[in-house]
Design a binder for this molecule. Structure first.
Ligand SMILES: [Mg+2]
Length: 239
C-alpha cells in the first residue's frame, strides 16, 4: 500500500478540542506505518514545535510554517531544499513594509509573525476594494506578492506563488508522495490554497465561511469539528 501524507493546518483544525485530539493521536499511532503527517501553519516552525511538545499532536515529518513560506524537517529543523522560490528583486519584505505601512487601516503584526518571506498585518473586516487597493500598491512598487486574507483579520503578504498549497505540493514531491496520496485539512482562508492542487481534502465543521464556500468534490466537509472532523474526513477518504 502506498503511503498517505496528511498535510494539516494546526490552529482551529487539529487544535481546539483536546479530547478529539487524543482520539486522533490514538488513531494516528496505529496508522503510522502507512500514514505520515506534516503541519502547515501560519505560525513559525519554532512556534508549532512548541505546540507539539505541549499537546497530543503527533510528531510530523515536516512543518510548513509562516503560511507556506518556510519548510523544515521535524524535529531537526533542516530546511527542505529549494523553498521558497522567491526571486529577488521582485520580492523584498522591506519593500512591502515601506509600501504598505503608510496605508491607514493596516496595523503591522508583532515581530514574531514577520519573516524575510512573510509580512503580516492586522486589517479588520477588509473589503474587496481595500484588498484590490493593496494589490495595486504592491504592483505599482514592482513587488511580486500574493495576499492571503484570513479570519476577517489577518493579512499576510507573501512572495508570489508561495502559499500553503504550493508548499504542500513541493513537500509531497520531495517525499515522493503522489498527489493522489495527499490529504489536506483546514479551517480558514489561508488553507484554501491547499485545495487547489488536486489533493483530496477535509474541511472541519467549525471552518470559517471563507473556506467552507470552497465547492469541490475533492473537499469533504466534515460534520464534526476540529480533530474529530479531521478523523471523520480521513475515514471518509478510506485512509
Ligand atoms: Mg487554522
Amino acid at each position: 500500500m502506498s503511503r498517505t501524507l496528511i498535510v494539516s493546518d494546526v490552529d482551529g483544525t487539529l487544535l481546539g478540542d483536546d479530547a478529539a485530539l487524543v482520539a486522533f493521536a490514538g488513531w494516528f499511532n496505529q496508522a503510522r506505518d502507512r500514514v505520515a503527517i506534516a503541519y502547515a501553519s501560519g505560525r513559525s516552525f519554532d512556534s508549532v514545535s512548541a505546540s507539539i511538545a505541549n499537546s497530543q499532536l503527533p510528531d510530523p515529518v515536516a512543518i510548513i510554517g509562516n503560511v507556506g513560506t518556510q519548510m523544515q524537517r521535524y524535529p531537526g529543523g533542516e530546511p527542505i531544499p529549494d523553498w521558497p522560490r522567491a526571486e529577488p528583486p521582485t520580492w523584498s519584505s522591506g519593500g512591502v513594509l515601506e509600501t504598505l505601512l503608510p496605508l491607514p487601516r493596516l496595523e503591522k503584526q508583532p515581530e514574531e509573525f514577520q519573516s524575510a518571506f512573510k509580512v503580516s498585518f492586522f486589517l479588520h473586516d477588509a473589503t474587496a476594494e481595500e484588498l484590490d487597493e493593496i494589490r495595486g500598491a504592491l504592483a505599482a512598487a514592482g513587488l511580486f506578492a500574493d495576499l492571503v486574507y484570513s479570519s476577517k483579520r489577518d493579512l499576510d503578504i507573501l512572495p508570489r506563488g508561495a502559499n500553503k498549497g504550493s508548499a504542500a505540493a513541493h513537500l509531497a514531491q520531495s517525499l515522493n508522495v503522489a498527489p493522489d496520496n495527499v490529504i489536506v485539512c483546514g479551517d480558514s482562508g489561508n488553507d484554501a490554497a491547499m485545495f487547489a492542487h488536486g489533493f483530496r481534502g477535509v474541511i472541519v465543521a467549525n471552518a470559517l465561511p471563507e473556506l467552507k464556500s470552497l465547492r469541490s468534490e475533492r473537499a469533504y466537509l466534515a460534520e464534526q469539528t476540529h480533530a474529530a472532523g479531521v478523523l471523520e474526513g480521513l475515514k471518509y477518504w478510506s485512509v
